[in-house]
Design a protein around this ligand. Structure first.
Ligand code: ADP
Ligand code: ZN
Length: 833
């Protein structure tokens, strides 16, 4: 009887593969990593299940390949996380290997590659055949290798494909031919494995030996430097890190000599890289987060209810709707504490740790080393170490971004998703999962409590709470009964009429900033658009300067050297701002629209003495820059912080008493069904940054649409009124959460081809939709019809029957494998642009 396993390999779009376990290898457990052959390569995969060997014997083709090696005796990825990965692959219509790869730490994959080099005998043969008109495959390969250093098999296969177009896509003959050449002694083959199964950072530790101890005890055999080193080491019988000794004046040279004489032994110890050293913690974030402070009445009530749910040890989901500054973090901390006390673990998801270091710091302070953090801002090494630490079970709480939802925690009791409405929970590349929704699914599978927290819940979550699927807990008041910020809306049409169309800071906003500066209070200024000017347009032909690769206009940015350049925000293209119009050559180009850089400049001009800084993606390219900037703002070293939505994230800066929204309209005009929701959330969140300390806060919102319901309700910070109006809009338009939505984008070299291919998929989907269980819309050119040189066509599925939609997509894609990676399916998209 044959032993078979299904293996997920991290190759885009590839389904599970079945391999045989050869005699001599133990059957690997589910979750173990195995090395398997795939084409000409050997790759790491994860065992996802054992196949019923008896049942498959007859239909399994004899060509089934053998597993080459088994890396792990115990599951590397816990079986529960493997299952979660398979659910993600099914729900989000991607390959199981791609989904499980999202659950793997860095350095978990080992890959192999053949490298080939011609031998002297091979070179001789190549010389003999140099002038032949028709060559056998083997001689073609020799000719390719002649005079070359080690060449990867992959590039040999690639070049053969291009020399002989008929062979396209068939790599195996190259491998077979190389093997034959090798056995004739015409080439050497080297099989290298890249990566390692374990990648701990090691430190060198010096330890004194018995001989060293007696040498230290007195003889004159050693010189003064060596004696000093031995004295240090004699005091530390377990050894001292070499780096440590170096700091105390013991050179590597001295250690080398001591070790040469047998007085000292040097070993390598694995250590954990600690991300808290580099990634978290403005020092203010610590202090006064005592576990003993009194909860507000609302906090206490919510805590009580959630504790009850957690104690049930059965799945439950709750939405914690608490206004900005109502103290949601404290509730998470207490719940996590409870769960840990019961010997279970907690997972806390946050949108972006780099921008909200205070939350991670609060957990660190309360739970010490029992907290691990996982986010993409860590180095691969740090991430690897944190992952292993979680896997070893020495961690009770994981705080992390989206991908931490797959953290290898055991006996999970609590999953928190803070700021659950935040768009960054959605991964915008395959696998396109939503961290919040996967978190709820994980809680469900592991009988844990899921708590989603926000001051501005997503329509989906609030709908789930209204319908009773989630428990709803509300905090309507801020801690210490601090008032919500007082919001004024400035109608910019009046400002433009009075002071011209170039006004950036209205009179009321400028005055309010000035008042804060004289009182030494702080100001946040939001404009959710980067750059200096948002377009360059021609006054003669009215065209704008577009990116050659994308259907978007270029944004003007200043550089550190002062020169202005036009950049594309979608690809890496940039150019000097042209002097004449690229389409009509007229010299009448003007810049229009403005972004954060321009706001920064305007504030500088209006308030020359003020300390001003900018927080947006351009300003924080350097690692750690965001944390350091926020730290400076927290310490009061900056008066005015200008920024994009980054400044609206859960920050708690008590000295901020004014928030200015330079334009509330940036996202409102977008043809996206979430445009109003995102605007309301952004405004409410940023307004919520004001007045969190002793002094009450104020906010000023500049807009051209003061009557739009997003702005009206944000002004009163009235979530429920907004939800009511927005839900009516979604119902009328048949958008989520009224129906489930899936979008598809097909990319091709021309829009005609993209439309044709999208048409083929849509036909297959319409066939499946004939019974009316869902609707298929499109294809149509996507709103960004060209991105990074590729043309894009779009289609949608809408309906209430998710299973039917999912099955139809899986079937349509399976039937059209030639489209492969050119189709991007987005289930529950955050944006349809
Ligand atoms: P939210 O996330 O709901 O906007 P935070 O969790 O950031 O609010 O809390 C706002 C501020 O109130 C923080 O500085 C926090 O330390 C403080 N805080 C929370 N709960 C209490 C409490 N019970 N007593 C005193 N201060 C509290
Ligand atoms: Zn571009």
């Amino acid at each position: 009887m044959r032993r078979l396993v299904s293996v997920a390999v991290p190759v885009p779009g590839l389904d599970l593969l079945t391999y045989r376990i050869p005699d001599g290898l133990d059957t690997p457990v589910v979750g173990a990593r195995v090395l398997v052959p795939l084409g000409t390569r050997r790759v790491t995969g994860v065992v996802v299940r054992h196949e019923e060997a008896a049942a498959t014997t007859e239909r399994t083709p004899p060509t089934l390949k053998d597993v080459i090696d088994v890396f792990d005796a115990a599951p590397f990825v816990p079986a529960g996380v493997v299952d979660l990965g398979l659910w993600v692959a099914d729900y989000y219509a991607c390959g199981p290997g791609e989904a499980i790869a999202a659950a793997m730490p860095p350095f978990a994959w080992v890959e192999s590659e053949w490298r080939v080099r011609i031998t002297a005998a091979g070179a001789e043969r190549a010389a003999d055949h140099r002038d032949a008109t028709r060559r056998a495959l083997r001689d073609t390969i020799l000719a390719l290798l002649d005079g070359q250093a080690w060449t990867p098999l992959r590039s040999i296969a690639y070049r053969l494909e291009h020399l002989t177009p008929g062979r396209r896509g068939r790599a195996l003959p190259a491998r077979a031919a190389v093997r034959a050449l090798q056995s004739d002694g015409l080439v050497d083959v080297d099989d290298v494995l890249e990566g390692q199964a374990s990648a701990f950072k090691t430190v060198r530790v010096a330890q004194i030996t018995v001989a060293g101890s007696s040498a230290a005890a007195g003889s004159d055999l050693v010189g003064p430097k060596q004696r000093q080193a031995l004295a240090l080491l004699a005091d530390a019988p377990a050894g001292l890190p070499v780096a440590h000794l170096r700091e105390r004046g013991v050179s590597d040279d001295v250690l080398q000599r001591l070790s040469g004489r047998g007085f000292v032994s040097i070993r390598r110890d694995a250590t954990d890289r600690d991300p808290f050293e580099t990634a978290v913690l403005p020092p203010e974030a610590e202090g006064e987060m005592g576990a003993d402070r009194t909860l507000t009445a609302e906090q206490a009530a919510a805590c009580e209810r959630l504790r009850g749910l957690a104690a049930g040890r059965r799945f439950a989901a709750a939405l914690l709707h608490g206004v900005t500054g109502s103290g949601k973090t404290e509730i998470y901390l207490r719940l996590a504490g409870d769960v840990c006390q019961q010997g279970r673990t907690a997972l806390v998801l946050v949108p972006e740790i780099g921008l909200t270091p205070a939350l991670a710091a609060a957990f660190r302070q309360r739970f010490g080393d029992r907290v691990a953090i996982q986010h993409s801002g860590l180095s691969d090494g740090e991430r690897h170490d944190q992952w292993q630490k979680i896997r070893r079970g020495t961690v009770s709480v994981v705080v992390g971004t989206r991908s931490a939802v797959f953290a290898p925690l055991q006996s999970l009791g609590l999953v928190v998703v803070d700021e659950e409405h935040d768009g960054s929970y959605k991964q915008e590349e395959t696998p396109r999962y939503h961290g919040r929704d996967v978190a709820v699914m994980r809680a469900k599978r592991e009988d844990a409590l899921a708590v989603l927290g926000s001051a501005t819940p997503s329509l989906e979550s609030y709908q789930n709470a209204s319908s009773g699927r989630y428990e709803l807990l509300t905090l309507d008041r801020r801690v210490f009964d601090r008032p919500m910020a007082d919001v004024t809306v400035v109608d910019m049409r009046d400002e433009f009429a009075a002071r011209g169309p170039d006004v950036v800071l209205s009179q009321p906003l400028a005055e309010a900033i000035g008042a804060r500066l004289t009182r030494a209070e702080q100001v946040l200024l939001l404009l959710n658009r980067r750059g200096f000017a948002t377009a360059v347009f021609c006054r003669q032909c009215a065209g704008t300067v577009e990116c050659p690769n994308c259907s978007v206009s270029l944004t003007v940015h200043g550089s550190s050297r002062g020169a202005m350049r036009a950049h594309c925000h979608y690809c890496n293209y940039s150019m000097t701002v042209p002097a004449t119009c690229p389409s009509c050559a007229a010299p009448y180009l003007v810049q229009s629209g403005f972004g954060t850089e321009r706001v920064e400049q305007e504030v500088l001009a209006a308030f020359p003495g003020a300390r001003i800084a900018r927080l947006d993606r351009d300003a924080i390219r350097r690692r750690g820059a965001a944390v350091s900037l926020l730290g400076r703002f927290g310490r009061g070293e900056i008066d005015v912080l200008v920024g994009t939505q980054m400044i609206a994230k859960g920050h708690d800066f008590p000295r901020v008493t004014l928030v200015g929204v330079v334009s509330a309209d940036v996202g409102l005009g977008l043809a996206d069904f979430r445009a109003s929701e995102r605007t309301f959330q952004l405004l409410t969140q940023v307004v919520g940054r004001a007045g969190r300390g002793e002094q009450p806060g104020a906010a000023i919102i500049q807009t051209l649409y003061p009557d739009h319901y997003s702005i009206r309700h944000a002004r009163c910070q009235d979530y429920r009124a907004f939800f009511h109006d927005e839900l009516a809009f979604r119902r009328a338009m048949h958008y989520p959460p009224q129906v489930a939505l899936t979008s598809g984008i097909v990319r091709a070299g021309s829009i005609a081809n993209a439309m044709t291919d999208a048409g083929a998929i849509v036909r297959a989907l319409r066939d499946a939709a004939r019974d009316g269980r869902f609707q298929v819309l499109g294809p149509a050119p996507a709103p960004f019809v060209k991105l990074r040189g590729e043309h894009r066509a779009q289609f949608f599925l809408k309906g209430r029957n998710r299973t039917a939609m999912r099955d139809a997509i899986h079937r349509a894609l399976d039937a059209l494998p030639e489209f492969g990676r050119r189709v991007a399916i987005d289930v529950d998209p955050m944006t349809v642009l």
